[in-house]
Design a binder for this molecule. Structure first.
Ligand SMILES: [Zn+2]
Ligand SMILES: [Zn+2]
Length: 780
């Protein structure tokens, strides 16, 4: 028996044990009800981050709880390796630019890099004690996922849910690809708000803008029909400063009179508003932006947006065409993958129809049980705010190819047969019915096109027939609008079902109240935390916070977790020193103190099941934790010590039974949260009597068959109150706890504690417990 618990040795040992003994393996032959976990596959980025550690722990608490409650766990593990995030990692690690390499070479480099980094990456999840079935593994770029993703596309295309269209859509000039609305992030930015001198019939017409570099793309100016200042100008033409071409002055109610000068310049395209306005008035577009973020107009050709802005402002200033200028702070849309301001570009893209399904998508979202409930609101807001269909095509190299060919002659779109999948249309020549050779699509899917079918992907990993909805999905709130939304949309379109019955939504991790970010340098590396405190302590920390709330990382929480682990180890070591080779024989009669203690334990057992069933892990962690420290260690263990040595055989039997079983219950209730220490203790002390191979496949504790009641609760509370009072008096008098006393209780208390007096006498070292007017202690 080891004196000190060495978490590093223990974690290594139990990880191997679980793997070798296949403790977490899905059992296709089992008669038990299946509980399926759709683990959101983390993006292979080389390293697990602390947010992952928190989020996957939350999900694992529930998985382990369900496993111990007679469910057959279906809990595969995947990694998300396709698309932009992976490209970015590969570019950075290898110091290359994908656009400067051939598609084939870059894909090869991506696959090679993934092969190198993925095993280590997955190891982080194993080290955290995440109890997934790692044999049921998928990568979103593997052939099976490619096949399913392409199949989904073809099905939706045939259903008329997918279309290809050329129109101004969101474009990232940095990543040089179209992006989706869900990839936008707001960013506060300082900008120069310049009032420019347009003119109309020789008179100045002032227009304020933050984007003077788009002057060359100006196609109209808008004024509000009820704006008296400008109503005479409607129908006339305005001259664009510096460039001197003319554009129509149009009446449009969307021009706000109180914004800037009340006159609006419409460019193709400054933003979504411009795109809509141009479409509404059927204006010709004049695109001056290139895909790489450079401008192609006059003297500014070849300059990047910001450089063009600077130069044109200088020229405007020199020509006396700026009436006023001020610095403002405003919110701009940036691409979430690179932080660069997004633009609008007219390109041809593939879209999945979602705008026509808003109502249905809201209904589906409502059918899912959100934990916490208020997170549904975020989903609802997102769906209500949708402005575009879902753009699924990306102008990148590494991703799943869009499986189509297009005949340029008769405009027919050709799709492959299901049995041909996965396919890269660029590799295969396809002839159109008209006899013409069709051209392959060379772009790839947006990652969400594939990540949105993880329920269908995990189902494909086994022969067992599984059906939607999965039991559980857990992720942070920032991907409700992407991952969760798209998955709900896909399950609706393919199966007319919801993807998951339950969703657990976690918050962000902050440090000193600030969001962690690489640029701020305030990142906590979970590997270092694991090394210093162990996985149990890290999970214990993760269980300390309410679902959905952002949580602040504090070292003291890890210290508390480590202390708990040590205390649990010591409590067991001490108990079994006294129990010896105890065989868990049920006593003929329970001692009163043991009974009232079991009454307390029963309350915790009942609550634990309730809290876990309601996905409230923090609740049960704090209850079991509190019960263990105060009721069990501080009081019950102290109370029964004397009886185990000096009691009659019957009294000893009762104490041993309750000690053994209460510890076992605590171990089991904490097993989902701190799986390593509980396994160590189970194997070391309980395994001989209990039949289960691992604590993690043992049954959840059942309440003990005793009469539960308020009276028992009252006696226990009083007993603890008196013991704690005696301790306080002794400690204040600077006496040893073993100092003998004469204890006086009032009549009522003494009567209440009647059956527990022998235990109370022993634990307080009282020579005598007298009845008197009030509580009193005399040192003997
Ligand atoms: Zn970007
Ligand atoms: Zn054709």
């Amino acid at each position: 028996m080891a004196d000190i618990y060495n978490f590093k040795e223990a974690e290594k040992k139990w990880k191997e044990f679980w793997e070798n003994e296949k403790i977490f393996q899905f059992d296709p032959g089992s008669k038990k009800k299946i509980y399926s976990v759709d683990n959101p596959p983390p993006t292979v980025s080389g390293k697990m981050h602390i947010g992952h550690a928190f989020q996957y722990s939350q999900m694992d608490f529930i998985a382990r709880f369900k496993r111990m409650n007679n469910y057959n766990l279906f809990y595969p593990f995947g990694t998300d390796d396709n698309g932009l995030p992976t490209e970015k990692m590969v570019e950075k690690m290898n110091n290359v630019k994908s656009k400067e390499m051939s598609r084939k070479d870059f894909i090869k480099l991506c696959l090679d890099t993934l092969k190198k980094v993925t095993p280590d990456f997955i190891q982080d999840w194993k080290n955290m004690g995440i109890s997934a079935d790692y044999n049921l593994y998928y990568s979103t770029i593997d052939p099976n996922c490619q096949k399913l993703s392409q199949k989904s596309f073809i099905e939706l295309f045939k259903q008329g849910e997918i279309y290809k269209k050329e129109f101004p859509s969101l474009w990232c000039p940095e990543c040089q690809t179209a992006i989706a609305q869900a990839e936008l992030e707001d960013k506060e930015q300082e900008s120069l708000f310049s009032t420019l001198k347009f003119s109309c019939e020789g008179k100045d017409l002032l227009i304020a803008t933050t984007r003077p570099e788009l002057l060359g793309a100006c196609v109209a100016v808008f004024v509000n029909p009820s704006d008296r200042r400008y109503s005479k100008l409607i129908g006339k033409r305005a001259k664009v400063p510096l460039l001197n071409f003319e554009v129509p002055i149009i009446s449009d109610e969307s021009a706000q009179m109180d914004k800037g000068t009340g006159v609006l310049m419409i460019c193709s395209y400054g933003d979504k508003y411009d795109a809509d306005a141009i479409k509404k008035h059927n204006l010709p577009s004049k695109v001056i932006l290139n895909k790489d973020g450079t401008i192609n107009t006059g003297d500014y050709s070849g300059l990047k947006i910001k450089a063009a802005r600077k130069k044109i402002l200088e020229d405007l200033k020199n020509a006396g065409l700026i009436a006023e200028q001020k610095q403002i702070t405003h919110t701009v849309n940036v691409h979430d993958k690179c932080g660069v301001e997004v633009e609008f570009l007219t390109t041809e893209q593939w879209f999945i129809k979602i705008l026509d399904k808003k109502q249905k998508l809201l209904e589906q979202g409502k059918k899912v049980k959100w934990h916490p409930e208020f997170m549904f609101k975020r989903y609802e807001n997102w769906v209500n705010g949708l402005e575009w269909d879902w753009n699924i095509s990306r102008d990148r190299h590494f991703g799943i190819p869009i499986p189509v060919w297009e005949c340029k002659k008769c405009k027919k779109i050709l799709v492959p047969e299901e049995k041909e999948l996965p396919i890269d249309p660029a590799d295969i020549k396809r002839k159109c019915k008209c006899g013409n050779i069709a051209e392959p699509e060379t772009r790839v899917f947006d990652t969400w096109q594939t990540s949105s079918i993880t329920p269908q992907i995990i189902f494909s990993l086994v022969k067992t027939k599984l059906e939607l909805p999965c039991s559980l999905r857990c992720n942070a709130h920032d991907i409700i609008r992407t991952w969760d939304f798209y998955t709900i949309a896909k399950s609706l379109m393919h199966e007319n079902e919801i993807p998951w019955e339950n969703m657990m939504i976690t918050g962000f991790i902050t440090l000193g109240g600030e969001k962690m970010s690489k640029s701020k340098g305030n990142i906590i590396d979970p590997r270092i935390v694991l090394d210093n405190y162990g996985a149990d302590a890290l999970r214990y920390w993760a269980a300390s916070y309410k679902l959905g709330e952002d949580l602040d990382y504090q070292e003291k929480d890890l210290v508390a977790g480590k202390k708990f682990v040590t205390k649990l180890w010591n409590a067991n070591k001490f108990t079994f020193m006294n129990l010896g080779q105890y065989t868990n024989k049920k006593p003929k009669k329970l001692n009163k103190t043991d009974e009232i203690f079991l009454n307390e334990l029963n309350k915790i057992i009942i609550n634990s099941k309730k809290s876990f069933s309601e996905y409230e892990c923090h609740q049960i962690k704090s209850e079991v934790d509190g019960f263990f420290w105060r009721s069990f260690c501080d009081n019950y263990m102290e109370i029964v010590k004397g009886r185990i040595y000096n009691g009659t055989e019957e009294e000893k039997e009762s104490a041993k039974y309750v000690l053994y079983n209460s510890l076992l219950s605590i171990i089991k209730m904490m097993a989902p949260i701190t799986p390593f220490i509980t396994e160590e203790i189970y194997q070391e002390y309980f395994k001989n009597n209990e039949k289960d191979k691992s604590v993690h496949i043992s049954n959840w504790p059942e309440p003990f068959k005793i009469e539960m009641g308020k009276e028992n609760e009252k006696i226990w509370q009083k007993l603890v109150e008196i013991i704690e009072k005696v301790r306080k008096v002794k400690s204040e008098a600077k006496k040893s706890m073993k100092t003998e006393i004469i204890l006086t209780l009032n009549k009522e208390d003494r009567k209440l504690l009647d059956e527990c007096l022998p235990d109370l006498k022993a634990v307080t070292c009282s020579k005598n417990i007298k009845e008197g007017r009030e509580f009193n202690i005399d040192f003997a």
